[in-house]
Design a protein around this ligand. Structure first.
Ligand code: SF4
Length: 284
């Protein structure tokens, strides 16, 4: 499939019909702030929303609704003849569609698959598409805060991975000749999205996906508090580890936690794990 890259000022026929094929047969991820936001819009706690409407350990919306288009299952938040039941709290993926977003060399690119947007061709609720720039479209979708949230969680992925690296490289574990930790990191990447959360201890998974943080209005404040919770937990738990066995277990756990968070922002798990292993090997 061809991927087309767009600039903010590029102009296209774009629209959001709020009820259409885009809410059918898709994969929609939620980072922890998006989960808290969509749950609030649904008037549920994040835990209640996650239990009822999410899978893969709380990072993906269930698409188990009745099909309205092309025999594809509808999003669990989709209501027939109405559309999205959580429109104001919908996640970034829904705000961007039919666009995608990719960060490369610290630059943000907007992309789409194929040569043409699918809305006009596939969606019976769309009859005309107004011409607008990518920037205007994003503004119309109030995507700003959600892009900020995504970027902060991307940074947090790197910071959490750094803890796993420190536990391996700076603790004496790597110097002891241990390489099974790197094998464990690599194996995490090939675990299915259902299996990975089962590898993560429940208390860590809860703090990662369902942190107890009041207020979702500001993604920066939410994610900053979230990172403090996770770093505090790591410090308390790993600060006094002395045996090599405990270090290996801790490093692998941190990588699994990191990978789960990376998946919640749509990262390629296999590629990421291979990258981490190669990076560690360069520091041996
Ligand atoms: S959250 Fe709303 S906009 Fe997004 S796929 Fe589900 S129904 Fe559609």
């Amino acid at each position: 499939m061809i991927t087309t890259q767009l600039q903010l000022e590029d102009s296209f026929p774009l629209t959001c019909s709020r009820a259409g094929t885009c809410c059918h047969g898709k994969t929609v991820f939620l980072n922890p702030w998006e989960l808290a936001t969509i749950a609030q819009e649904k008037k549920l706690s994040a835990e209640e929303f996650s239990t009822q409407f999410c899978e893969w350990g709380g990072i993906k919306l269930k698409f188990n609704g009745e099909s309205q288009f092309k025999n594809q299952s509808a999003c669990s938040q989709y209501i027939e003849n109405f559309g999205c039941s959580v429109h104001l709290g919908r996640p970034l993926a829904c705000r961007l569609y039919p666009l995608g977003r990719k960060i490369q060399n610290q630059e943000t690119h907007y992309i789409h698959e194929g040569k043409e947007f699918p809305c006009l061709a596939d969606c019976p609720t769309v009859t005309t598409l107004p011409q607008m720039t990518v920037g205007e479209y994003l503004k119309s979708q109030s995507a700003d805060a959600f892009e900020t949230g995504q970027d902060i969680y991307l940074e947090l992925v790197q910071q959490l991975a750094d803890i796993a690296f420190e536990l391996y490289l700076d603790s004496g574990l790597a110097a002891s000749g241990n390489r099974t930790t790197l094998e464990s990191w690599k194996n995490l990447g090939v675990l299915s999205p259902e299996e990975l959360p089962k590898m993560i201890r429940e208390d860590w998974l809860t703090e990662l996906i369902l942190p107890e943080i009041k207020g979702v209005e500001n993604p920066t404040e939410f994610a900053t508090t979230h990172s403090q919770i996770l770093f505090g937990k790591a410090q308390t738990e790993f600060g006094n580890i002395t045996t090599l066995g405990e270090l290996e277990k801790a490093s692998t756990l941190m990588m699994a936690v990191t990978l789960q968070l990376a998946r919640s922002i749509g990262a390629d798990a296999v590629g990421l794990c291979e990258h981490w292993v190669e990076t560690a090997k360069k520091h041996l």
